[in-house]
Design a binder for this molecule. Structure first.
Ligand SMILES: Nc1ncnc2c1ncn2[C@@H]1O[C@H](COP(=O)(O)OP(=O)(O)OP(=O)(O)O)[C@@H](O)[C@H]1O
Ligand SMILES: [Mg+2]
Length: 314
């Protein structure tokens, strides 16, 4: 089973409006309300790929109950730690004509110390049954930078492999625990390692992180593809097939889920990166995080090339 941990889940309200502007009344044409926050998106994709998954983390209040009810509707197994404060909401406004894409994200409730202790206990219970534990997303702003470091250590002690997909100080501190995989996007990666002016330079910097004990660094680059260092090996996806982009929310989470699903099934790294990218690209063509079309994914897999860069190459 693949366990996902989300410290700050959100209820995503996705609105489609015409002629979106900064002022004025906007009547919503169509909408969807789905549980989100990075790990939940990963579990949603895994569930659709028929990979056993459990979502854990912290939920609170009425919004938390709604998030859980919707996860149950989607038949995503979940086992959360509960707090009194309300889980957050995020609003996404899409205007297809103007190609406008606006997100408003609440910070989320502070995590009480007792809740973190309960989450650690839950992780000790659940992680021994997991092959992978995925820690995803930004915790509430006032959360200790060490939070993922400590949780990763618990998962590792239970024998699970770890993915860390977060940003800023939590990523920086979390890397010290040597997770097996990190998956920053291009901005998050540069925040970590400093500015990169080429793929070659980015690969060099990713290699230095691998030398610090992270086995696999995947840097996703939105519509430009991805690059990766996996142990001694280096890979790039130079281009992606053109698609009609609807919403890129949750693309990174979809990539992580696809990567793990193929690995879980015994596939190699290049194949896993291709599959994750195909799923993520299909997610970009759909409304909502972790939503994709399996037929489109099959077609995209055939069109995506993962290049292995020879050792000593550029
Ligand atoms: N505009 C796009 N067109 C095609 N594919 C895309 C696009 N945006 C994202 N993708 C696909 O999704 C992958 C991950 O995207 P991105 O780098 O934006 O992740 P992210 O910023 O971590 O996303 P999130 O954190 O919202 O889940 C890309 O490597 C690519 O395969
Ligand atoms: Mg991301």
């Amino acid at each position: 089973m693949i366990l996902t941990v989300t410290l700050n889940p959100a209820l995503d309200k996705n609105y489609v409006v015409d002629n979106f502007a900064l002022t004025g009344i906007h009547r919503v044409q169509s909408m969807s309300t789905i549980p989100a926050g990075k790990g939940l998106n990963v579990s949603r994709v895994l569930k659709q790929l028929e990979v056993p998954t459990v979502a854990t983390g912290i939920l609170g209040g009425h919004t938390g109950k709604l998030i859980q009810a919707k996860l149950n509707e989607e038949q995503v197994d979940n086992d959360f730690v509960w707090i009194r404060a309300e889980s957050r909401c995020s609003i996404l406004i899409v205007d297809q004509n103007k190609k406008a894409h606006t997100e408003v994200i609440e910070p989320g409730p502070s995590i009480p110390r007792g809740a973190l202790a309960r989450l650690s206990k839950k992780l000790e219970e659940l992680a021994p049954t997991a092959s992978w534990v995925v820690f995803s997303g930004s915790p509430p702003p006032d959360t200790s930078h060490q939070v993922y470091f400590n949780l990763i250590k618990l998962a590792q002690q239970a024998g699970a492999k770890v993915v860390l997909d977060t940003r800023g100080p939590w990523l920086k501190a979390g890397i010290e625990a040597q997770p097996d995989v990190i998956k920053p996007n291009w901005d998050e990666f540069q925040e970590l390692v400093g500015p990169c002016y080429s793929t070659v330079q980015a690969l060099e910097k990713a290699k230095k992180i691998v030398a610090r004990g992270v086995n696999t660094v995947v840097v996703s680059m939105g519509s430009k593809g991805a690059l990766a260092v996996h142990g001694e090996e280096r890979y790039v996806i130079q281009s992606l097939p053109p698609i009609e982009v609807v919403s890129a929310v949750g693309c990174g989470d979809t990539l992580v889920a696809g990567l793990l699903a193929t690995w879980h099934a015994g596939g190699g790294f290049a194949e896993a990166l291709r599959d994750g990218s195909a799923l993520a690209t299909s997610n970009a063509a759909h409304f909502g995080a972790g939503i994709f079309d399996p037929q489109q994914v099959t077609a995209l897999k055939k069109m995506i090339t993962v290049e292995k860069i020879p050792i000593g190459g550029p």
